[in-house]
Design a protein. Structure first.
Length: 608
């Protein structure tokens, strides 16, 4: 089988070439001969500062670990999926309240399962009524309108797939209540964890928060999802998705979209929603009863703003076997894993050595954003609990290889190739946007441009670029950058002097491209990515004070089987063209930190 991984083989790491199995089998082994688990660097973590607790809104006090983890149903791709409102209880002590879901779920949706290469139409039907958190709709944002309060828009984005333009979830192609749209998703990729979610312009943050998000599995001949899969991976009730999202609740159990006591006024940007309750698969701090076996957890960070550092409360290491774009070459033994909004990591946890009756908590040690701390929000340390029973388990062990071993694994990750063009700098920054106001509001942006700027990014099909994402955000915020249509490889990250960079090349007025080359301001060598970032990615974590380097090959129409630059007719009758790339911190995405992208044919006079 020739997969999209092979077609994009030249889009590989050029700076580090770090093999995924290095930490597990390499020179980091301890004196006792056991591998040392990888621990993420804390160099660019947010500092801890005193907060103004009186500013923070507090959800009702909820006892953790009293609700079982909801197990989302799995269904094949195709057929009809309805978006609708339902009553959902997020905790034993919260009454049911309005929520949104896909396919009959009261919150979130079913796991959609497709085979690699499968082509089938899935019809999504918008049966939503009045927006359940419409009081937080900001009609000053691009794409949002008063109509959205009573006729909420929906756009379906299959995050991470090589979709045709009309099926990718372009944010300006919504369909309204009473309408349905046929989506033919692109499944020409190896086995991996994707997710489908709303992508409506100006209110993605609200629609995801309300519940419009769910996992999507791509299977292939090796990772089949069946008990006899050649890789020996856990399946059935030992393969479980974990969708993590922080939320705030009113005493009546309904969703609140503001972490501070005073509500955000219309037209005023709040900066970001930080919750005080972590919800997994639609339940606050749930528990899962496990047997003494090996489990596979497919983790999706569906939060609005916050990234997490996940570890186990007893210090037990676990393994990362895959990332956004599929399996690594070998499992990576870790003590913790950092996961930014929209990233996915495929984990193996072995409970076989724990005595029956043991409880182990999944914990979060990542400090929240500096601005959130000042406003009174706090890090949420608890995620969920595993209760170990006396069941014998499935008897599986962690595979030593996932790729490139004989015939029972897929081919190894593709060889490394150099970019064919000079590095392209992009700036992730904050600026002010007057929008006719007396007082200009803060505005997140990429390259100092707005979404509807005529200065559109136009990479040429068949070329391989190095992108250097310069985090020039003065708020010290981590950003999470997602590029539609493609998978890429993370080269590494470099420290740079942000103060000198901004002082010597200050940004002009919003609307003029600003992306100075960062090379004169670099203060250190390229730091290799975490070993679990060595595979294919579609979303990357960009810490403050750093330049995040990645390599992407822009596929040709021949590679894809369709023209990625073909115009298409949106459900509202408008003609649209191209894709987008953006920050997946949802407040930022909705506040202009999203750029249009056209992948143009070679020889085009508009390509750049």
């Amino acid at each position: 089988m020739t997969s999209r991984r092979d077609l994009l083989g030249t889009a590989a790491m050029t700076a580090v070439g770090l093999a995924a199995g290095t930490v597990l089998n390499g020179p980091s082994a301890s004196a006792q001969g056991r591998p040392v688990p990888y621990t993420p660097s804390t160099e660019h973590d947010q500092p801890t500062v005193p907060g103004l607790g009186v500013l923070a809104y507090k959800s009702p006090t909820l006892e953790p670990y009293v609700d079982p983890l909801p197990l989302l149903p799995v269904r094949p791709l195709g057929g009809r999926i309805v978006l609708a409102e339902a009553q959902h209880s997020f905790h034993r002590d919260l009454p049911p309240a309005p929520s949104w879901g896909y396919g009959g779920q009261t919150h979130l949706g079913p796991v959609l399962e497709a085979m690699s290469g499968q082509s089938v139409v899935t019809t999504f039907v918008n049966n939503l009524r009045q927006h359940i958190i419409g009081n937080y709709l900001d009609t000053s944002l691009h794409g949002a309108s008063p109509q959205d309060l009573t006729h909420p828009p929906a756009v379906i984005h299959l995050h991470g797939a090589p979709n045709r333009p009309e099926a990718d979830g372009f944010p300006m192609s919504p369909f309204r209540p009473g309408q349905s749209v046929d989506y033919r998703f692109g499944n020409n990729l190896a086995a991996t964890t994707l997710w489908y979610h709303d992508h409506s312009m100006g209110e993605t943050r609200l629609n995801l928060y309300a519940g419009l998000a769910a996992p999507y599995y791509v299977r292939d001949q090796w990772d089949t999802g069946k008990p006899d899969n050649p890789l020996g991976l856990p399946t059935g009730d030992h393969e479980i998705p974990l969708i993590i999202c922080d939320k705030v609740f009113y005493p009546n159990g309904s969703l609140r979209y503001s972490p501070i006591v005073t509500e955000i006024a219309q037209g005023m940007w709040g900066g970001g929603m930080i919750g005080d309750v972590l919800v997994v698969n639609g339940k606050a701090w749930p528990y899962l009863n496990v047997d003494r076996g090996l489990y596979r957890f497919r983790v999706i960070n569906a939060s609005q703003l916050e990234d997490y550092r996940l570890s186990l409360s007893n210090g037990m290491p676990f393994w990362v076997i895959g990332s956004d774009g599929g399996l690594l070459d070998a499992p990576v033994l870790v003590a913790a894993v950092d996961i930014a909004p929209a990233e996915r990591y495929d984990l193996l946890i072995d409970f076989s050595t724990l005595p029956p009756g043991t409880s182990v908590d999944l914990r979060n040690s990542m400090q929240i954003t500096l601005v959130g701390q000042v406003a009174g929000s706090q890090r949420i340390p608890n995620v969920m609990r595993f209760n170990v029973g006396d069941g014998p388990g499935n008897g599986l062990t962690v595979p030593t290889r996932l790729r490139g071993s004989a015939t029972r694994t897929p081919p190894p990750l593709p060889p490394v190739a150099q970019p064919t063009l000079p590095p392209v700098p992009h700036t992730l920054a904050i600026n002010t946007n007057p929008q006719g106001r007396l007082i200009a509001m803060l505005c997140m942006n990429i390259d100092n441009l707005l979404f509807d700027s005529p200065d559109v990014d136009m990479p040429v099909q068949g070329t391989t670029q190095q992108w250097s994402l310069v985090n020039a955000d003065l708020t010290n915020q981590v950003h999470s950058i997602h590029i539609h249509l493609v998978q890429f490889r993370v080269l590494g990250r470099q420290n740079y002097d942000q103060v000198r960079y901004l002082a010597s090349k200050p940004p002009p007025a919003l609307g003029t491209r600003w992306a100075p080359a960062p090379q004169p301001y670099i203060t250190g060598p390229v730091q290799p990515p975490a070993p679990y970032e060595a595979g294919w990615k579609d979303t990357v974590r960009c810490p403050p004070g750093q330049i995040t380097h990645l390599v992407v090959r822009w596929p040709t129409a021949h590679d894809l089987g369709f023209d990625p630059d073909a115009p298409f007719l949106a459900p509202d009758g408008t003609t649209q063209q191209g894709y987008v790339w953006h920050c997946h911190l949802l407040e930022h995405e909705d506040n202009e930190m999203m750029r249009r992208l056209r992948v143009v044919a070679a020889g085009s006079t508009t390509g750049s």
